[in-house]
Design a protein around this ligand. Structure first.
Ligand code: SF4
Length: 442
């Protein structure tokens, strides 16, 4: 909920805490809009809120543990103020509702990702008894609700919800339900509003965003519709699935200048055996072929990925194959994770065959390998020029500004006060680390 908005007198105040991915951040903006319509105002801290909502993630066990710890803190707040209403929303609510009722009996509300439209009614009911609503709805896209986007030069816009892929390790199809695409008119209207407010870049979101389809509009067509919005400068999307990377999407990326040369393309493993066990739907050869096509069509493309180590049955040779794939493709960056079995998934029944020690060692090796590659790639950019979308002061200060190149690399540079967030400036790379390009304004 937009905290700069003025609370109406006596309106109940709500504080939303968000965990997990960008989809959850976008959902919190949607929840803010639903509650605003119902007369709630934004609270600036949990201490001054009448309602606290945790919008949660169930992808990894670690995320759930953090939320449970936080619920313990909030229980103390509720003990001091019994009229405070505490709600748990999102994927964890959907995934662990039974356990949550037992572990956190002080919760007033548990609601899944398809129940946000009913939140005002549920909060009303929660005054008297705990309210639980985790119905999944194959049609819900919230297309008629304009999210309360946070300010900034970049905004995240949900293009599709849910997932039909059912990878063996993943809870998303169970907690977010089946795939459905937001009507293109609603997406474009939202983005027009954002551009009018000075947003320069949008990131279209979906669990398999490139599987987007609404009537005749596939994801390639959607990219072109969004690109036609005046005032918008840059478009990105995340996360695409390799199997849905159609010619139409590649062509839109290659020919539409606003679509940035950056792609987060999760591979998960470099072993065919593990990919088959994960039920990812592609082989290593097919993935390599796709990257070759992408790089041929979009020469400036930066590529990042997700890698899981220690999946059920992963042998040392499978893990070595992942390292080889990394060496062959030389990703610009990678997010790597240790496999942890998630209840309700197909892989959960298979069990966990790789020891924690081996998982830890493999993860450290993947991270070290990627750090080296990222550093080499970034150093290879020294002397090159990039158009950077300015975001604001650099995190380490010193009067420097920071922004993103088209390849979504962080560029830091000294600049005059006259350069404001949202400006696009040209910089030249002078030095680089694995994560940052140090630049001079041209
Ligand atoms: S594509 Fe696979 S990993 Fe991605 S959200 Fe769907 S089931 Fe999960």
């Amino acid at each position: 909920m937009n905290q700069s908005a003025q609370p109406e007198a006596a309106a109940p105040r709500v504080f939303i805490e968000t965990y997990g991915c960008q989809m959850n951040v976008a959902d919190s903006e949607l929840i803010g809009a639903v509650l605003r319509r119902a007369g709630y105002a934004a609270a600036v801290s949990p201490e001054e809120a009448d309602v606290i909502l945790l919008n949660t993630c169930a992808i990894r066990e670690h995320a759930g543990d953090r939320v449970l710890g936080r619920l313990g803190d909030l229980a103390r707040l509720k003990h001091a103020r019994p009229e405070l209403r505490l709600g748990l929303l999102g994927c964890m609510a959907q995934h662990n509702r039974a356990a949550l009722v037992e572990k956190a009996p002080w919760l007033d509300l548990i609601a899944g990702p398809d129940s946000y439209r009913r939140l005002p009614e549920l909060l009303g009911r929660a005054r008297f008894d705990p309210a639980v609503d985790v119905r999944l709805d194959r049609a819900e896209t919230y297309a008629d609700i304009a999210p309360e986007h946070e300010g900034g030069v970049r905004a995240f816009v949900t293009a599709m919800r849910g997932c039909d892929r059912f990878c063996a390790f993943c809870v998303v199809p169970y907690v977010r339900g089946r795939e459905r695409s937001v009507p293109p008119e609603a997406i474009v209207a939202d983005i027009r509003g954002l551009a009018a407010r000075g947003v320069k870049e949008v990131v279209l979101l979906g669990q398999t965003v490139n599987a987007y389809r609404r009537g005749e509009t596939d994801f390639g067509r959607l990219l072109r519709l969004v690109a036609a919005v005046d005032g918008l400068e840059r478009i990105r999307f995340t996360s695409p699935h390799p199997c849905d990377m159609s010619d139409s999407v590649i062509e839109a990326m290659a020919t539409e200048p606003k679509v940035q040369p950056w792609l987060h393309l999760p591979v998960q493993s470099g072993s065919d055996r593990v990919l088959a066990a994960m039920e990812r739907g592609y082989t290593v050869e097919e993935y390599l072929g796709l990257v070759e096509r992408l790089r041929a069509a979009i020469p400036a493309l930066a590529l990042s990925t997700d890698i899981i180590v220690g999946f059920h049955g992963e042998e040392e040779s499978d893990f070595r194959a992942t390292l080889e794939l990394m060496a062959a493709l030389r990703y610009d960056s990678a997010f790597s994770f240790k496999y942890s079995p998630r209840e309700h998934t197909r892989a959960f029944k298979l069990g966990d065959t790789v020891s924690e020690e081996d998982k830890g060692r493999r993860l450290a090796e993947v991270i070290a390998r990627q750090e080296r590659i990222s550093l080499e790639r970034n150093r290879g950019l020294m002397g090159e020029r990039f158009a950077v979308l300015v975001e604001g002061p650099a995190r380490r200060g010193n009067g420097m500004l920071a922004g993103k190149t088209p390849q979504f690399k962080t560029a830091v540079f000294g600049a005059a006060d006259s350069i404001k967030p949202g400006a696009i400036v040209t910089v030249r790379v002078q030095s680089a680390t694995a994560h940052t390009l140090h630049c001079a304004l041209v």
